[in-house]
Design a protein around this ligand. Structure first.
Ligand SMILES: NC(=O)c1ccc[n+]([C@@H]2O[C@H](COP(=O)([O-])OP(=O)(O)OC[C@H]3O[C@@H](n4cnc5c(N)ncnc54)[C@H](OP(=O)(O)O)[C@@H]3O)[C@@H](O)[C@H]2O)c1
Length: 293
């Protein structure tokens, strides 16, 4: 059984990016620049954004963090995005989700210039992904594809079951795995909360991507011997014995499933780290396209 270690795979991707940015700087060019917008002070969002900013620094990508109050008006956020769109020195824009209730996430997603849409959530980016055109791939599915590549996981001809159909993880993941790509060419079954025979489908899967946000949902009895298990779930579960008062749980019951799997991602230390790698790749790509390099 192989542990698909996100530390190892993301370090390799980051090293590649670091070398590319170092070359750019050495040739007198500016560094790629990511602008991150954080609204309010949700604990998990703070952690994710801090990690994105830190990782940018590590690979030579400049980052700017813009903080807005939790009660900010939607119009103010849209104005902020408009200025970032117009700023020639900004290559990528990300607005950390979720947003407070007074703000329409869809409006915000659609306000970002598709050429700076490094989260890949704009409907234009999603449409291009469906049609197999070059675009920004949402960071989590992109990170998973990079992980499959790093560990040389064969996907062609396999049956992949993706659990969860969100626009940020499950649906784009199902599209990528079914696309005619080196790490695609799967026959994909996309499951959601109305799928009645989930266990039966999972038992047929060579690859399971669990992205539903239900801690330890995928049990050993749902997994075929030798399956590849990708656990996207991140749920904070209260635990008084933990230093922070909670523990991070994935969507897979790791201890029991690992005994049956041929490869499995840990949580933490798996897909989460690859998500950041995907974002960094997208930011560099945005820079390269805008500078026409
Ligand atoms: N590792 C990372 O970097 C990363 C990045 C993003 C998200 N995540 C984590 O990944 C998980 C999913 O995130 P998300 O944003 O995609 O969540 P989401 O928007 O809440 O979507 C969850 C999906 O799972 C489906 N679902 C829920 N319960 C189910 C059940 N019992 N059986 C089958 N399907 C079920 C839902 O079906 P319906 O559509 O029918 O409601 C929905 O499609 C969360 O734990 C999130 O924190 C991790």
């Amino acid at each position: 059984m192989i542990v698909l270690d996100g530390k190892i795979a993301s370090a390799a991707v980051k090293e590649e990016i670091k070398q590319q940015t170092a070359k750019l700087l050495a040739s007198g060019k500016r560094a790629p620049h990511l602008a991150a917008v954080l609204v309010g002070n949700n604990g998990a969002s703070e952690t994710y954004v801090a990690s994105k900013v830190k990782n940018c620094e590590e690979v030579g990508i400049r980052s700017t963090l813009i903080r807005l109050d939790a009660d900010v008006q939607e119009a103010v956020l849209l104005d902020t995005i408009a200025s970032l769109n117009a700023d020639a020195g900004v290559d990528g824009i990300l607005v950390q989700l979720p947003l407070p209730k007074q703000i329409s996430e869809q409006k915000v997603i659609e306000a970002i210039d598709p050429l700076k849409d490094v989260d890949g959530f704009h409907p234009g980016s999603a449409g291009k992904l469906v049609q197999g055109l070059p675009t920004f791939i949402p960071a989590t599915p992109y990170g998973i594809m990079l992980m499959l590549e790093h560990f040389n996981i064969e996907t062609t001809g396999k049956h992949a079951v993706v659990i969860g159909r969100s626009n940020i993880v499950g649906r784009p993941m199902s599209i990528l795995l079914s696309s005619n790509l080196k790490r695609g060419n799967c026959t994909v079954t996309l499951c959601h909360s109305h799928t009645p025979n989930l266990t039966e489908l999972c038992l047929q899967a060579d690859i399971i991507v669990a992205a539903l946000g239900r801690p330890e949902f995928v049990k050993a009895e749902m997994v075929k011997d030798g399956a590849v298990i990708i656990d996207v779930g991140i749920t904070r579960v209260e635990d008084a014995t933990a230093k922070k008062g909670f523990r991070i749980k994935g969507d897979v019951a790791y201890a029991e499933v690992a005994g049956k799997a041929s490869a499995i991602t840990p949580v933490p230390g798996g897909v989460g780290l690859m998500t950041i790698a995907g974002l960094l790749k997208n930011t560099l790509q945005a820079y390269v396209s805008r500078e026409q390099l």
